[in-house]
Write a protein that binds this ligand. Structure first.
Ligand code: BDR
Ligand code: CA
Length: 317
């Protein structure tokens, strides 16, 4: 089975994505690499340990870049909480359940690619692309052996969530995104255009969790409360977009998605449109290695997400 690294900045929806990926029998997750994004990289790494501890799993966690390539780090603590997990982590132990890898995130990615010529490697990227860009800068030839990068980022035919033109992961490190998109590595982008087609309500989550007996059900619900409150203040609804879990959904069930091949560029300079992802999605670009997801069968995804995360059969909720 292809080996998968999850590169992440947990983050509430990152946490749900990790739970989803590690609970699914069809994915072989080799390790986690952490990056600065929603929170600083130390906190991302601690949060990864907390999540693994909740799942009762041991997996290497390699610590990645603490700053974007050019810009100062901008976090999203207003949305994810001061600790990145909805201000819940004082309730949860993070000393056990995981081990820190000895190498940096970029070394860890390069090492796995080097050692996996028989099985193949996939990267699931849930935060700014700084670690992946660093690995490409260090060894572009080796990185070309990666079979698939699937990532959450960008906004093409909709507004951004940081500025009118930029989505958070790309806004934080646009230079890294530009390096990844122009690397020639087969890449699938899940932008806001598709991730905003999938949201869950607090009621829905609690209802499914009530039927569940997995030990992490309380954790999976508690971490969402803060961001649901923020969403409610903005929109009137206690809901949460499943941005990062949808990336895992794509890896598992690509047939649920509509994609368009495209030459994707990123605005790195302008202060007005920094982090804007630019592509013409009207005509597929046949010689591009990058494809953009534009549509998902959201109910089919949600059925699998809920049943996997909460250990239920699909008819049970
Ligand atoms: C992305 O930004 C982060 O805050 C989320 O975890 C997700 O990866 C959505 O724009
Ligand atoms: Ca994320």
């Amino acid at each position: 089975m292809m080996k998968t690294i999850i590169d992440t900045d947990p983050g509430i929806d990152d946490a749900l994505a990790i739970i989803y990926a590690l609970s699914h029998e069809d994915l072989s997750v080799h390790s986690i690499t952490t990056v600065a994004g929603n929170v600083d990289v130390e906190r991302s790494s601690q949060n990864s340990q907390i999540i693994l501890h909740q799942l009762g799993l041991t997996l290497p966690v390699s610590v990645g870049q603490s700053q974007p390539i050019c810009y100062e780090l901008q976090t999203a603590r207003h949305f994810h909480g001061q600790d990145g997990l909805g201000n819940t982590t004082s309730e949860f132990d993070f000393t056990a359940g995981a081990e820190y890898g000895i190498s940096s995130a970029a070394e860890s990615i390069l090492g796995l690619v080097h050692d996996s010529s028989d099985s193949g490697v996939r990267l699931i990227c849930l935060g700014p692309l700084t670690n992946v860009a660093q690995a490409i800068l260090e060894n572009p030839k080796l990185m070309k052996r990666i079979d698939q990068i699937v990532l959450m980022g960008g906004a093409f035919e909709c507004y951004g969530n940081v500025t009118p033109t930029a989505e958070f992961n790309i806004y934080v490190d646009p230079h890294a995104a530009e390096i990844v998109f122009s690397s020639g590595i087969p890449t699938t982008i899940l932008p806001l255009d598709v991730t905003q087609q999938v949201e869950i309500s607090a009621n829905q989550l609690e209802k499914v969790a009530t039927k569940s007996s997995v030990p992490w059900k309380q954790f999976a619900c508690s971490i969402t409360h803060h961001s649901m409150n923020v969403h409610q203040l903005k929109t009137g609804n206690r809901r949460l977009y499943l941005h990062d879990p949808l990336v895992v959904g794509y890896v598992l069930y690509p047939d649920l998605f509509k994609t368009i091949k495209a030459d994707v560029r990123v605005e790195t300079g302008s202060s007005l449109t920094r982090g804007m992802t630019v592509a013409d999605l009207r005509q597929p670009s046949d010689n591009s290695n990058v494809q953009v997801c534009v549509k998902v069968k959201s109910q089919s995804f949600l059925n699998d997400f809920f049943s996997t995360v909460f250990g239920l059969a699909q008819g049970d909720f």
